[in-house]
Design a protein. Structure first.
Ligand SMILES: NC(=O)c1ccc[n+]([C@@H]2O[C@H](COP(=O)([O-])OP(=O)(O)OC[C@H]3O[C@@H](n4cnc5c(N)ncnc54)[C@H](O)[C@@H]3O)[C@@H](O)[C@H]2O)c1
Length: 322
């Protein structure tokens, strides 16, 4: 007999919370009991669709004995307050990226987690996204040889049409927290901690928001692996790609989330193959969370791990004096 679905409260019924709730239900292992948003109408609409109870206050969700866990998809500036409230109420927590906007807030979340005896996972979903997942697996298997250099770009044109808080540094933390956190976390998870950082930021185009027009990072990893990352909101078209140079292959794409667009150039005698999964990455991520909860194992992305990504971003901003 399969175990009963996990009873979950959704905190944040915005664009991503709504999507995450649908993925969660799709696992067949989660039942959304309560949907919470400070916008009461938004909470009510989604709660009706999900046959859940609507709340406009996280405390009300956390006080419910029929809720065992929460999915938190509120703006990042509120992540610490919301995660700590849920952990103190004894709930298991799945927290969207970025974990928080400061190292101090990450430490406070991790302290609350340790004191609660509950588990926290942070949603760094790029670890389950193709082609990133398959490249990481191939690198770890040794078939790509040594990592030499990586170039990543994620250039945005219409990004700020999504949600107003994303354009305010107090709300989103800036481009590195809201967008680059995906690639920076993936890089850490595959190649280890960054040893050196240089950052250049430009903000001079006329705009109604506070985010970087252009942010360029130069990251040094152990063993001489280097990465250049270029992002920002001041570009004339969206463009998202990478070029990763390894000892035995160069792997590149100008459509970063489309495995069909990956080009592999082999540099040695051994054929290089990437084994792409067909599973929806958000589904795989939630399944990994549920598996770890069921087996009482360490989370695939722990609070300590996600806090290191926040520390990297904070260091990158400090390096630019931002
Ligand atoms: N993993 C991914 O691929 C991915 C993609 C998009 C967004 N995200 C993350 O998801 C989170 C939410 O982003 P979004 O795009 O859905 O933003 P959004 O603005 O669409 O949704 C946020 C929701 O939180 C609600 N909210 C704000 N304050 C609240 C409070 N005190 N209590 C309850 N609800 C409150 C807002 O009313 C809104 O409905 C962010 O952390 C973002 O970085 C992750």
């Amino acid at each position: 007999m399969s175990p009963a679905p996990l009873a979950v409260g959704l905190i944040g019924c915005g664009q991503f919370g709504r999507f995450l709730a649908q993925v969660a239900i799709g696992t067949g292992r989660i039942r959304i009991k309560a949907a919470c948003d400070q916008d009461a109408q938004r909470a009510a609409t989604l709660a009706t669709e999900l046959s859940a109870v609507a709340c406009d206050d996280i405390a009300a969700v956390c006080a419910r004995p029929d809720v065992d866990a929460v999915l938190i998809a509120t703006p990042p500036a509120l992540h610490a307050e919301h995660a700590i409230t849920a952990l103190r109420a004894g709930k298991q927590v799945f927290l969207e990226k970025p974990m928080a906007l400061s190292e101090a807030d990450c430490a406070a979340i991790n302290q609350a987690c340790a004191a609660s005896g509950r588990q926290l996972m942070v949603g760094h979903v790029l670890r389950w996204f193709e082609p990133y997942r398959a490249i990481a697996a191939a690198y770890r298997s040794g078939q790509l040889g040594r990592a030499l250099h990586g170039s990543f770009w994620r250039l945005e044109h219409d990004f700020l049409r999504i949600a107003p808080w994303k354009g305010q540094r107090a709300g989103s933390g800036g481009y590195l927290f809201e967008v680059a956190a995906h690639e920076l976390d993936w890089l850490r998870s595959v190649f280890g901690e960054v040893q050196s950082i240089a950052t250049a930021i430009d903000k001079r185009l006329p705009s109604a928001h506070e985010l970087e027009d252009r942010v360029a990072l130069q990251l040094g990893f152990a063993d001489g692996f280097g990465v250049h990352y270029l992002g920002g909101t001041g570009f004339s078209a969206n463009s998202h790609g990478f070029c990763l140079r390894f000892e035995h292959a160069t792997i590149e794409s100008d459509a970063a989330f489309d495995p069909a667009r990956v080009r592999i150039t082999q540099h040695g005698a051994h054929p290089i193959t990437l084994d792409f999964s067909q599973t929806n990455p958000y589904r795989a991520e939630l399944d990994a969370w549920l598996d770890s909860l069921a087996q009482q194992q360490a989370m695939p992305v722990t609070g300590a791990d996600a806090a290191a990504t926040v520390a990297l971003i904070a260091s990158a901003y400090r390096a630019a004096g931002w």
